[in-house]
Write a protein that binds this ligand. Structure first.
Ligand code: MN3
Length: 338
């Protein structure tokens, strides 16, 4: 019996080690053959695009993640933090997310349905399917250099159109337009050059023949229900982020006994609190509880600033006042996460 158990354990241990070392991301398989989208998108372009370009994003993303604090995160969480993750993770994480999305919204045999959820939302926002196509093609054609055209869902749950440079997308904290992608079109030259050469417009006109509208409708419904939408809405609340920055940069040193940052920045903290109070609160967070917590934040910042400017304010009193203010801030953070 022992003779059997030991090799089994060794095998399990090696499988476990392999699983531990496995790369977090891999190239997804296509649901169709490379030539399935002919003649709109040719087989050679599809093969190179998927097996070479997308594969390179996956390989380089895995490499860039190794040993970083983003290593164990989901792709969405990584993409959401693109601005702080560094260029390699931003470009390759975006590349992996965007292409995984792109392969799925392509396909044949599923026509645009005006009675589908996304069909109705498109009519409501853009009046007609034709004007959606025109606006998307404009977004794609006017994107200078490489990038993407997006139909996406905003945190207000409205459809909107934008374009992004390189491998950015509306989920990213760096994007001026935020939301969840519903239909993204790759306008990098590698997506069309073999067949269309320099004629990006012809590629854009043809791609509408091979959109998988069932998938686009699914994307729309999933985006509507996705908790990520509220995360993006909060992340895009610039005034809250600005206040948070000053709070983080003054409270944490104070915890370690360094009061210099708060003593020099209490006025700035008060200014950020007032901007937060007078700014527009995003719809999901516009509740009486959050409004009153923000009022408390302004009062607390005022008290702290006064204390700091008093002639002989003790370190103990300043620390106490700052700690109280930090608690109020976390009350808001908590209310936002409900
Ligand atoms: Mn591409």
């Amino acid at each position: 019996m022992k003779k059997l158990i030991l090799p089994c354990l060794a095998l399990l241990a090696s499988l476990f080690a392999q699983a531990q070392n496995a790369d977090p991301f891999s190239l997804p398989k296509l649901d169709y053959a490379y030539d399935a989208l002919e003649p709109s998108i040719d087989a050679k372009t599809m093969e190179t695009h998927h097996s070479k370009h997308h594969q390179a994003y996956v390989t380089n993303l895995n490499k860039a993640l190794k040993g970083s604090r983003f290593e164990k995160m989901s792709l969405e969480d990584i993409v959401l933090r693109a601005g702080v993750a560094g260029d390699a993770i931003r470009n390759n994480g975006g590349g992996h997310y965007n292409h995984s999305h792109f392969w799925k919204i392509l396909g044949t045999g599923s026509k645009f349905d005006p009675n589908s959820e996304v069909g109705k939302a498109i009519a409501q926002t853009f009046v007609s399917f034709d004007s959606l196509k025109t606006l998307m093609n404009q977004a794609g054609a006017t994107r200078f250099g490489a990038g993407w055209a997006w139909l996406y869902l905003t945190p207000e749950k409205k459809l909107a159109i934008c374009s992004s440079p390189n491998q950015d997308n509306p989920i990213m904290d760096v994007s001026p337009q935020r939301g969840i992608p519903v239909l993204g079109i790759d306008v990098w030259e590698h997506a069309y050059y073999l067949k269309y050469m320099n004629k990006r417009g012809d590629y854009l006109a043809a791609i509408w023949n091979v959109i998988n509208w069932q998938q686009v409708n699914r994307n729309y419904k999933e985006a509507l229900a996705s908790p990520l939408l509220k995360v993006i809405e909060k992340d895009a609340w610039a005034e809250l982020k600005e206040f948070h920055k000053v709070m983080g940069q003054t409270f944490h040193p104070a915890e370690e006994g360094n009061l210099q940052p708060i003593r020099s920045r209490s006025g700035e903290m008060l200014a950020k609190a007032k901007t937060l109070q007078s700014g527009k609160i995003p719809p999901s967070f516009n509740t009486p509880a959050i409004k009153s917590a923000i009022d408390k934040l302004v009062k607390g910042s005022e008290a702290l600033d006064k204390l700091v400017h008093k002639k002989k304010s003790s370190d103990k009193a300043v620390t106490e006042s700052l700690t109280k203010l930090h608690d109020v801030f976390h009350e808001i953070q908590g209310l936002c996460n409900d």
